[in-house]
Design a protein around this ligand. Structure first.
Ligand code: C2O
Ligand code: CU
Length: 525
């Protein structure tokens, strides 16, 4: 099947008949046609795997609290990190580390995060999966200019950001500091925050602007799930390094004045070093008990199929308890999990299923060579009792009702000749809204693709109700905010926006596609 045929399907996936006609691509075709990026090799020798201990990002302490809110401060700045042993890498960081500090909040309490920008570039911070008012959502032209920028810089920066033709008054530009308010009216979930600057999200995240934001609630706290040191966020991200130790990235303009990557990397940038929480192929000693692993794919473009190797007898090693939007109704056992950029899977692994001394590798079946390995768990011999379990019923998950749908909308994600990456045939333009859902209404959104695109919607999570005219896939369960579409796929979701009117976005979370305009605004009214 050639490219044109894909495009033809992409354009016609509007009726149920066409949906049914779209077959799930075979793995071979996926690699040939849908490869979501190109490998960028590092220019220095890569370290041996499984030497570095797994780092766990520090939890950020609030600077103060009051009856309703917790107040945090994060300074965005460059920092020299030792990511590869003996190699100095200048990173763009939240608070001096990569990943940034983990923000931990409680449902019903607001997190008020003041960001100070000491980077050499403007920034925009988005809480991915956050149920956030529009003015704190990190709309991509709501720039936070570096400390000390002049007023004129705003105008110049907006030109750089590709905002030509936009009403500049509509952009909320700040200088030095900006406070983002996250009201916290959402379920317990694994969220993350990252840079979202217009045209430069790819290089910004690649250089280190990403961190976890975990929400807890009473429903989750009442469950006997692993907690404390046995509840581990794992940010998986591929990167490449230049000969001088810096992050290597194929920007068209190395000074990052103009957005975009060189043509060869237009389909996405794949690194050859797999980092977990900022360390290359790390290792962790684990006791023979259950651990909760909050898997996040923070890669720009790489798709992983994660498996444990060896599999424990009987398989089903990865017991999924949560998705992007928090706990599932009931656990799902997987032998492997396919995770696209920005997706999160909360899994519980019971290491007592392995003999003491087993070295259990977390592998990537979609990788090859060095990218086929992720990290290693070394099972200790300690005899411990495990008071954690995974209950058969996890949480009350409301199912959105398809019969309540008031509007159906189609969004096609494709490359168009001349315009680059587009949504519904048009490249992104800030302020141009392509949908106006009403607060509280249930809508059916249908996504379709030409090539490989992980589709992300801001403001509220959605539920996948169909894939290619059939049932949802094995990784579609629960509340999602990012859903992976393979070449020529079509996915139907139900979504209901609540609480906050205003301009939000949906976009491809392949960051090279996003930066090259595969985004669109919708306006909740
Ligand atoms: Cu994680 Cu709009 O992004
Ligand atoms: Cu894409």
């Amino acid at each position: 099947m050639n490219r044109r045929r894909f495009l033809g399907i992409g354009a016609s996936v509007l009726g149920a008949g066409a949906l049914a006609a779209v077959a799930v691509p075979s793995a071979a075709r996926l690699l040939a046609e849908g490869r979501p990026g190109r490998l960028l090799s590092s220019e220095l020798d890569l370290p041996e795997a499984f030497r570095a201990p797994l780092p766990v990002p520090a939890v950020l302490s609030p600077v103060r609290n009051d009856g309703t809110s917790d107040y945090y401060e994060i300074t965005q700045r460059t920092a020299t990190l030792e990511i590869l042993p003996g190699v100095r890498t200048e990173a763009w960081t939240y608070g001096g580390s990569f990943p940034g500090p983990t923000v931990v909040t409680r449902t019903g309490r607001a997190a008020v995060v003041k960001h100070r920008n000491e980077l050499p570039v403007p920034s925009v911070t988005h809480l991915h999966g956050g149920h956030t008012p529009a003015d704190s959502d990190g709309y991509p032209v709501d720039l936070l200019l570096p400390v000390g920028s002049s007023a004129d810089a705003a105008h110049a920066m907006s030109g750089m950001a590709g905002m030509a033709g936009m009403d500049h008054a509509a952009a909320r530009t700040a200088v030095g500091e900006r406070t983002y308010t996250y009201p916290g009216m959402q379920r317990a979930a694994t969220l993350w925050y990252h840079d979202h600057r217009m045209g430069f999200t790819g290089p910004g995240v690649w250089r280190g602007l990403a961190g976890f934001h975990l929400v807890h609630d009473d429903e989750e706290a009442a469950l006997p799930l692993p907690r404390g040191e046995r509840d581990l966020p794992l940010m998986i991200a591929d990167r490449s390094f230049a000969a001088d130790g810096s992050f290597r990235y194929p920007a068209v303009d190395p000074r990052l004045a103009e957005p975009g990557v060189t043509d060869a990397y237009a389909n996405g940038v794949l690194g050859d070093v797999i980092l977990v929480n900022g360390a290359p192929w790390p290792r962790l000693d684990v006791d023979r008990v259950r651990y909760r692993l909050r898997l996040l794919n923070a890669s720009n473009a790489r798709l992983y199929r994660l498996e444990l190797d060896p599999q424990p007898a009987g398989g089903g090693a990865l017991v999924q308890i949560g998705s992007d939007g928090g706990l599932l109704a009931a656990p799902i056992r997987h032998d492997g999990i396919e995770i696209a950029p920005a997706e999160r899977f909360d899994v519980v692994v019971d290491f007592s299923r392995y003999a003491p001394g087993t070295r259990v590798r977390l592998v990537n079946r979609f990788g090859s060579g060095r990218t086929a390995e992720v990290m290693r768990f070394d099972v200790t011999a300690k005899q411990l009792t495990d008071d954690a379990t995974v209950p058969d019923r996890l949480a009350a998950v409301e199912a959105l009702d398809a019969s309540a749908v008031v509007t159906t909308r189609d969004f096609t994600f494709r490359r168009s000749r001349g315009d680059g990456w587009t949504v519904n045939g048009r490249p992104y333009r800030p302020g141009r809204s392509i949908a106006t859902p009403a607060l509280g209404a249930v809508e059916r959104w249908r996504f379709s693709t030409d090539l490989h695109h992980p589709v992300h919607v801001h403001l509220d999570h959605f539920q996948v109700i169909g894939r290619n005219g059939a049932d949802p896939g094995p990784y579609d369960a629960g509340w999602k905010d990012t859903v992976d579409l393979r070449p020529a796929e079509a996915v139907e979701v139900l979504v209901r926006f609540t609480d906050y009117a205003g301009a939000y976005m949906l976009h491809c979370h392949n960051l090279e596609h996003e930066d090259m305009a595969m985004m669109a605004d919708f306006t909740v009214r």
